[in-house]
Design a binder for this molecule. Structure first.
Ligand SMILES: Nc1nc2c(ncn2[C@@H]2O[C@H](COP(=O)(O)OP(=O)(O)OP(=O)(O)O)[C@@H](O)[C@H]2O)c(=O)[nH]1
Ligand SMILES: [Mg+2]
Length: 255
């Protein structure tokens, strides 16, 4: 594919097709503004239609990434940490409906725009979020290592993913709040075991300390970029191997 520099919004491919990679397995994100302001109709919150933005950075390819998981696991905090490098401490404000933020990463000299959709974990918004799965190129499925129920619900989340997402969606399981030690109820090994059972890459993260946050999004961006820009003889990108290598290199979290 050509790697024409494209300003924000111009690689727009309505309905998840066109532009960017142009393959169904890696449909680029729709062209969009920097921040989606949700609108409300009949009590149901919908994001505004993606709009063109002139304030944009340039990018080569764009993808949609969705954050899913129970309410309170830290989806919004993870996104804020990644986007702004800050932690939302204090009282918990549960997300209403769905919202997105854009971030451009430089992956092997290619500018990859991630349009990251932050979904509400609360049950009452489930039907709203289902509608967005189909266009997602990647899903980050979170649980909270201090909340056993959020871990037990991963199976149900995976069932939803298989029902509503594209077959080729890039999936990653994240055990968030790894900074908490005294209240931890899910061991890292349990997360690893579950991930292995379902064949999905896994790592623990902390939106509070920043542990592995950048790595999680970078790994997904690398996988997606590889899918659309792989040279014919280049081997397939191994997401879990990359993550393991990077975590070891940082000496951060594997005993
Ligand atoms: N210690 C710690 N607390 C965290 C971390 N991530 C989030 N929290 C806290 O967990 C609570 C919930 O975080 P949110 O990011 O709002 O959770 P959410 O998954 O977006 O929840 P919904 O929007 O309801 O789906 C907040 O009080 C955060 O401060 C983390 O990595 N470590
Ligand atoms: Mg939230």
């Amino acid at each position: 594919m050509s790697r024409k520099k494209t300003s924000k919004g111009k690689a727009s491919g309505g309905g998840g097709g066109g532009g960017g990679g142009g393959t169904p397995s890696a449909s680029p994100a729709h062209g969009a503004g920097e921040k989606g302001a949700p609108s409300q109709a009949n009590g149901v919150v919908h994001p505004s239609r993606p709009s063109l933005s002139n304030s944009g950075e340039f990018y080569d390819v764009a993808f949609k990434v969705m954050l899913v998981g129970d309410s309170g696991v830290g989806k919004t905090c993870l996104l804020v940490r990644f986007k702004d490098g800050a932690f939302l401490a204090g009282s918990f404000i549960s997300t209403v409906g769905i919202d997105f933020r854009n971030k451009v990463l430089n992956i092997d000299a290619v500018k990859v725009k991630l349009q990251i959709w932050d979904t509400a974990g609360q049950e009452r918004f489930r039907s709203v979020t289902h509608a967005y799965y189909r266009d997602a190129d990647a899903l980050l499925l979170l649980y909270d290592v201090t909340n056993k129920a959020s871990f037990d619900n991963i199976q149900a989340w995976l069932t939803e993913v298989h029902e509503f997402a594209q077959k080729e969606v890039v999936l990653m399981l994240l055990g968030n709040k790894a900074d908490v030690s005294h209240e931890r109820v899910v061991k890292r090994e349990e997360g690893e075991k579950l991930a292995k059972e379902y064949g999905v890459p896994f790592m623990e993260t902390s939106a509070k300390s920043g542990l592995n946050v950048e790595l999680a999004f970078t790994a997904v961006a690398k996988e997606l970029k590889h899918r659309v820009m792989k040279e014919p003889n280049e081997p397939k990108f191994q997401l879990q191997e990359y993550v393991n290598r990077e975590m070891k290199g940082a000496g951060c979290c594997r005993s």
